[in-house]
Design a protein around this ligand. Sequence first.
Ligand SMILES: [Fe+2]
Ligand SMILES: [Fe+2]
Length: 134
Amino acid sequence: MTKNSKFILNDPLIDEQHSALQDSLCALQALHDRHLSDEKVVDCLTRISHQLHQHFLSEEALMARVGVPADELAIHKNEHFRILEEMADLHYSIMRGHLSWVADVQHKISNWVSEHLRLFDAPIAPYINKANRD
Ligand SMILES: [Fe+2]
Ligand SMILES: [Fe+2]
């Protein structure tokens, strides 16, 4: 994921959260050659976890508001939960010393996020656009 790959869903809060998350992933990428115990890295990973939690709650509320069908919403929520679990596993691996360098984790997190945007968030756009028109 690069800073230029703008991803717009036409909801101000969600677009701002996606953009802030992208900024944090770029900041993490810039620290690629640092050790995971580096204070800046710990701050960055903590910020990303916090952003993901907040963003998923906002996005799930938005999906309910714009009329995403219950079964689609449930699948999407499940995917958010899976990403949070992957993040928790990653933190656990870091704590146990199984991973050492930013490059070990940056790619994983960026992939989870960019795949999620493409496969799960992009399909919400029509619901948001319809709600914006109504
Ligand atoms: Fe999502
Ligand atoms: Fe999202």
